[in-house]
Ligand binder design. Structure first.
Ligand code: ZN
Length: 207
C-alpha cells in the first residue's frame, strides 16, 4: 500500500486539497521534519496532527527516522542550520500521544518505554515499510513515470520525450494528465531546473 508523505520534498510541493483531489485518504508525516518545522513549541500547542494539516483522512505519524544517542536522547540535526536538537524519550512519546494520529510508526528503541507507559500509542503502532510506502513520491522526484495498460514505466528526463506532445498517461484521471500536461512540457521543466547555475554561497559581511 502506498502512503504519500506530506512532509518530504515531493509532499511539500502539493497542498492538502491537491492530495484530496486525487483521492488520497491516508498520508504520513515525518515527526523529525515536524520537530524542525514548525518545531516542538508549536506542536505542543496543537489539538491534533489532523488539525495542523486540516487533513480530512487518516494520518500516520512516522517517528522511525528519529535517531537516538548513547545518553538515551532523541537527537535531530537541523537540515536548515545544522543545529542539534535533543529530546527525552518521554518528551517525544508525550508529544505523539497529544498529537493523536490514527497510526504511529515507532523506532525499536522507543518501544519498551511506550509499552510500559504509553499503551494508547502502542495500540496505534503499525509495522510496515514507510520508505517503500512513499516510493511513488521519491520515484517522481527522479522523473520516473508510471504507465498503465501496455506501456512501460519511463523516465521523463530522457531526451526522447523533448518533442513528445502526448499526455503522461492517456488512461490516468489525475490533474496533471486530465489538464493536458504533455511529456514534452515536463521534460522541458526538468531540463530548465537542471540548467540552473549552482547557487552561490551566502556571504554575510560583518558590520
Ligand atoms: Zn496522471
Amino acid at each position: 500500500m502506498f502512503v504519500p508523505s506530506l512532509t518530504d520534498e515531493a509532499g511539500t510541493v502539493l497542498t492538502v486539497s491537491d492530495w484530496v483531489s486525487i483521492d488520497v485518504k491516508l498520508a504520513s508525516c515525518d515527526l523529525s521534519d515536524l520537530l524542525l518545522k514548525p518545531g516542538i513549541v508549536v506542536l505542543q500547542q496543537l489539538d491534533s496532527l489532523a488539525a495542523y494539516w486540516d487533513w480530512p483522512g487518516e494520518l500516520v505519524l512516522n517517528a522511525l527516522f528519529i535517531p537516538n544517542n548513547a545518553q538515551g536522547q532523541c537527537v535531530i540535526r537541523s537540515k536548515y542550520d545544522g543545529k542539534i536538537l535533543r529530546f527525552t524519550y518521554d518528551e517525544i512519546l508525550l508529544l505523539i500521544q497529544q498529537l493523536n494520529p490514527d497510526y504511529v510508526a515507532l523506532p525499536a528503541y522507543l518501544l519498551p518505554l511506550a509499552t510500559q507507559a504509553y499503551p494508547d500509542i502502542i495500540l496505534k503502532c503499525i509495522d510496515y515499510d514507510l520508505e517503500h510506502a512513499n516510493k511513488p513520491g521519491q520515484d517522481a522526484l527522479q522523473g520516473l513515470m508510471y504507465a498503465s495498460g501496455d506501456e512501460v514505466d519511463y523516465l521523463i528526463t530522457d531526451n526522447k520525450y523533448a518533442m513528445d506532445f502526448s499526455v503522461l498517461d492517456k488512461a490516468c484521471g489525475c490533474p496533471a494528465c486530465s489538464d493536458g500536461y504533455t511529456r514534452a512540457y515536463l521534460n522541458m521543466l526538468d531540463a530548465v531546473n537542471n540548467a540552473q547555475p549552482q547557487s552561490q554561497p551566502l556571504v554575510i559581511e560583518s558590520l
